[in-house]
Design a protein around this ligand. Structure first.
Ligand code: FA5
Ligand code: MG
Length: 465
């Protein structure tokens, strides 16, 4: 969702329009009030706190179960191993580590304080899991920026936590994943501030990464503007510090992975090539200017981190006054862990199968050995949508997840058209059901697939074709 809000890249605009348009349509809400709503208990208890449910509640039980897993705290799980590795590399560099934040936060923490506009698609029920109107499962670790800025006594901090988003179903998307947030501030009153930042830049260990960054010399432009509270020179210096810090972190992680691969006897050519990364412009409501880093790994650009210069309003909200300036970044760690450990499907992180967990050990990046491959069963579902339908792609994903659980390997909208005469819209989704640890029978998949169709009819009034 936030992934989709970069105005610099056009894929976003359409989605944003689709998403925000439904929330604006009071008429269609009224019209479809006869469609059944899902039932939730009167209260949900999470981490010892009770939340009274309301019309915003949309968290299924299987998601609540995931909140108990805390994979980043498990020293022998790939996610925990990666967190530990990053923390060890960043030790003594002036960061406080926070790993214990609970997943339930307020809409204020997750959105308001970071300057998300009211009509931001990330706030919608089709993107975010709500406990109720005012409480949700954090969608990003930035939800804790405020409290960390308030309490942190070192120049910077690192937060690792599980985050939750309604999202697509495929090999690299899962409704729960992990982020590592970093931030660093300076006091404007530091004597010779600019020289100090330069010194801080020089203290970041050098890497031999190949960097493609068209914005390094001139980081500011009309689409990615500087804020008034900083000089151009300050933006220039702070972005270099930010980018070099992220490059260092990424390089350490990938170097460790290569080292492990070499030790394990691998002779793949990529092990001897320098790591290649590129910076692209981005947009986040609470940073400006903003960027993303992409890493070239085995023939593909992988988006792994959003970042930028913190909006002064966030620092003011945290009570830091006008004296501070700084940067923040947020890295998705699951996709990086997939590459490092050779894990082909993001669902595997959540597997309770010992054939998975027995392969990993604290401090080691081992290459995952698949224990077997089970065939998938494909099923299509095609339907006509009612006029002014509220159905969002993420709703289809959620319905499939509810009935298929981790047996849902991928779901893709493969066909969409509008009937030239009736003006009715048709969609077709292809679902691949596939288990990571057993064979599926046609019978059980028929049953699951029937439930998916039934829910689409019941909750969204579609006409199955
Ligand atoms: C954010 O979440 C921002 N909070 C990052 C940030 C922090 C920007 C601080 C500025 C300052 P984004 O939505 O792009 O940004 O997500 C960050 C990373 O999380 C992505 O680059 C990607 O690696 C990972 N990610 C996003 N969605 C998923 C998903 N469904 N599954 C796995 N990883 C994901
Ligand atoms: Mg992104």
């Amino acid at each position: 969702m936030l992934e989709m809000l970069n105005p610099v890249r056009n894929r976003i605009a359409v989605n944003a329009f689709l998403r925000s348009s439904w929330s604006l349509s009071v008429f269609s809400r009224f019209k479809y009030s006869t469609i059944q709503a899902r039932k939730y208990p009167d209260e949900i208890v999470l981490d010892g706190k009770s939340y009274k449910t309301d019309e915003w509640t949309n968290i299924p039980d299987f998601i609540l179960e995931l909140t108990k897993r805390q994979l980043h705290q498990n020293p022998n799980h790939p996610i925990g191993i990666l967190r530990d590795l990053i923390e060890r590399n960043m030790k003594d560099m002036g960061y406080t580590f926070y790993n214990n934040f609970k997943p339930a936060v307020t809409t204020f923490q997750n959105f308001d304080v970071l300057g998300f506009p009211d009509d931001h698609p990330g706030r919608s029920k089709s993107d975010t899991y709500y406990l109720n109107k005012d409480n949700l499962l954090r969608t990003h670790t930035s939800a804790h920026e405020l409290e960390c800025f308030q309490t942190c006594e070192t120049p910077g901090y690192l937060i690792t936590a599980d985050v939750y988003r309604k999202d697509e179903i495929d090999r690299t998307h899962y409704p729960a994943f992990h982020q590592l947030e970093g931030a660093r501030t300076w006091s404007k009153n530091t004597p010779n501030l600019e020289e100090q930042i330069l010194k801080d830049i020089e203290s970041i260990p050098k890497t031999n990464i190949i960097v493609e960054d068209p914005f390094r010399e001139q980081p500011i432009n009309a689409e990615n503007p500087k804020q008034d509270y900083m000089t151009e020179k300050q933006v220039q210096l702070i972005q270099v510090h930010l980018k070099k810090s992220v490059e260092f972190l990424v390089n350490q992680v990938f170097e460790t992975a290569r080292e492990s691969a070499r030790l394990a006897g691998s002779t793949e050519p990529y092990l001897n090539e320098p790591l290649k990364i590129r910076w692209v412009e981005a947009y986040f409501p609470w940073t400006s200017p903003s960027w993303e880093i992409e890493v070239w790994w085995k023939g593909e650009w992988l988006e792994c981190c959003g970042c930028g210069i913190v909006q002064q309003q966030v620092l003011l909200n945290a009570g830091l006054g006008e004296d501070k300036l700084g940067w923040a970044f947020g890295i998705g760690i699951d996709r990086i862990a997939m590459l490092l450990f050779g894990i082909p499907d993001i669902r595997l992180f959540w597997s309770l199968d010992e054939r998975f967990s027995n392969q990993f050990q604290q401090g080691k990046i081992a290459t995952f050995v698949p224990y077997s491959k089970f065939p998938g069963i494909k099923r299509d579902v095609s339907f006509w949508l009612p006029t002014d339908s509220l159905l969002h792609e993420n709703d289809v994903m959620e319905i499939v997840r509810t009935h298929a659980g981790d047996v849902a390997e991928s779901v893709a909208n493969i066909d969409e058209f509008v009937h030239p005469k009736t003006g009715r819209k048709s969609q077709c989704y292809r679902i691949n059901y596939q288990s990571m640890d057993r064979n599926l029978t046609n019978e059980e998949i028929n049953e699951v697939h029937n439930k998916v169709e039934a829910d689409l009819k019941k909750y969204f009034d579609v006409e199955i074709r």
